[in-house]
Design a protein around this ligand. Structure first.
Ligand SMILES: [Zn+2]
Length: 262
């Protein structure tokens, strides 16, 4: 892996120019931007799953077989899910999250796709957001896809029932073996069709389907901009690769766009 280097102002300016001349900009973020907010990664040394146990690869099928039991485990105050979600809940958005929200408010960024479930993009002010792996603060109906804030769902009867369709409610976070919710996937595909410039930040973009969106844009001649600590498989395809943490690089990019617009 290449080491982290300081970006030349030229690279930042070039990325800013590409973003300003694009018609429809999308972005994809992953675990790297969460790690910068102090959330440990799930895997690897010190990872949340390494410490508290990796969820089963057929977690969704286990849920469907016995939703009541899955809910009881989730709500167990000394169980691993409670500890993991408390850790995530203690994190705050970082300057990288705020920079993405600002890009949206400036009219530059049309749609932000995140693989993260930690709610930090929303808390930083992003609205046009697709959380393809769900959001840990939400509960979703597996029958009609309605989502509810976790605090508003009564839990006296398990599994809780969807107020709209009486379907089964589950945590919005996508389990292993669970399909990506179709509304999220549709938003990604329809955005990608319009997109001519894609920013990939804090992820090596190797997990499908997320990885397919920047690739699809690149294959039809769109621009790819990468913000990452290290080189990735995507690097050779990128028009500009900015090395460094999103919390440093993204605010620099926002500042460069503002300067060019003056
Ligand atoms: Zn429902």
């Amino acid at each position: 892996m290449a080491s982290t280097t300081t970006n030349h102002d030229d690279d930042i300016r070039r990325a800013a120019q590409l973003l300003l001349s694009a018609r429809h900009v999308m972005a994809l973020t992953g675990a790297g931007i969460s790690v910068e907010s102090g959330i440990p990664p799930f895997r690897g040394p010190g990872g949340l799953w390494t410490k508290y146990g990796e969820p089963p690869m057929n977690g969704y099928q286990i849920f469907l077989q016995n939703p009541k039991k899955a809910w009881e485990e989730r709500l167990n105050p000394t169980g691993p899910s409670k500890i993991i979600w408390d850790t995530v809940g203690a994190a705050e958005p970082n300057p990288g999250h705020y920079a993405f929200a600002e890009l949206e408010h400036m009219g530059i960024l049309q749609c932000l796709i995140t693989q993260n479930v930690d709610n930090l993009h929303k808390r930083a002010g992003s609205h046009n957001l697709v959380e393809i792996h769900g959001n840990y603060t939400l509960i979703r109906c597996i029958d009609c896809n309605s989502r509810y804030p976790g605090s508003e769902v009564p839990l006296h009867k398990l599994p809780p029932e969807c107020p709209q369709c009486q379907g089964t409610l589950k945590s919005d976070t996508v389990s292993f073996g669970e399909p990506i919710p179709p509304d999220a996937l549709d938003a990604c595909y329809s955005g990608t069709q319009l997109c001519d410039c894609f920013i990939v930040a804090g992820t090596s973009a190797t997990v499908y389907p997320a990885a397919s969106f920047p690739l699809a844009v690149q294959q039809k001649g769109g621009i790819l901009i990468e913000v990452n600590l290290y080189e990735s498989e995507l690097t050779p395809l990128c028009n500009v690769s900015l090395r460094g943490p999103s919390a440093e690089v993204m605010p620099q990019l926002v500042a460069a766009i503002k300067e060019l617009r003056q």
